[in-house]
Design a protein around this ligand. Sequence first.
Ligand code: NZQ
Ligand code: ZN
Length: 385
Amino acid sequence: MNNFSFFNNTKIIFGEGQINQLTQEIPADATVMIIYGGGSIKKNGIFDQVVNALEGKKWVEFGGIEPNPHYDTCLKAVEKIKQEDVDFLLAVGGGSVIDATKFIAAAAKHQGDPWAIIQSFGGAVQGALPIGCVLTLAATGSEMNPTAVVTRADTQDKLFFNSDYVRPHFSILDPQTTYSLPARQVGNGVVDSFVHVLEQYVTYPVNAKVQDRFAEGLLATILEEGPRALIEPENYDVRANLMWAATMALNGLIASGVPADWATHLIGQEITGLYGLDHAQTLAIVMPAVWTYKVEQKREKLAQYGRRVLGIIEADDLVAAEKAIVRSREFFEAMGVRTRLADYGLSADIIPNIIAKLQEHQFIQLGEHGDITPDDVSKILKLAL
Ligand code: NZQ
Ligand code: ZN
């Protein structure tokens, strides 16, 4: 096992009816800004639940955060914060709304050009407004981590930053909020959370038994409950298990003391930035291709995943690894997330543009060994056509 330090100070309030806990979690004299997306929370009753829970508190609202949130929209929220003297941010939504809120929280306290927050990968963050979350989509883990991903539409740059300043103070996870998700977002959430675990697990063995078995437990849970959520959208236990699995998949716990890959995410981010695919769609395309390209290096962990999670019984590691790749692709497809560039109308023509963006962003040594170069990415994307 590698050395590590583990820290997570986000309070999780989990379960049915927990939105009414908001009032205890936000300071009595705070002026709250409710930040949300395209309006789903106004149709499914979540906005009303939040407003009821905030009774007696001063609040304003800022809606219109896009999926893959835009930098310019976030800056408009910062202006409103200054005009209205807001001192607490409440994100009500999925990963996009929470990520936008993290950026807004940091930008509101930033002196100078806020793009520096992104360019420095968060190093330039000087402080942040406090954040609380009401999660409505189980997927990203943003509700319990220090990461945010923001898109600059004019230059098609989709980039992340990390800062302990933007960790949510609390996140309310009521599985019932996810009943209204369209099937496409259920599939996306299942694939994203599954891939988060795999990025931190399908690398090379370091004899980290606790982390491996936590990861395998999360994978088995998502594999079992994901398809059920499509068939039984209002099954509380299914939604609860998926919600907690997605949070645990990217809150630092299973990352501790083990190598991580993240090549799939970094390549996928460029595909979304340039061509607008959903985050999970890019992962479903890229991960099987990365694994096929790196099957020799990754075969021990792929085989372990295949045997312990997927029930593959092949004795030979390479054969088990190859079967695990096929089975993972089948799982993504079963969740309604297609796994080929061609499924989204994209061809080999996009490859030079992806490579150029990766080079511009200095993502030129990817993977757990840092040995995936732009030339390798080109070969990987050819496997994804
Ligand atoms: O805009 P609204 O009205 O909220 O509708 C959203 C949006 O259209 C809708 N939705 C959310 N909850 C709903 C609902 N519709 C009905 N009922 C509900 N309960 O779903 C659509 C997608 O929402 P979005 O927030 O974009 O999805 P997701 O949670 O998958 O977030 C994706 C974003 O998170 C980033 C991605 O790159 C992407 O920008 N990620 C953030 C990470 C992090 N902070 O750690 C890690 C991830 O790897 C990921 O990169
Ligand atoms: Zn992701």
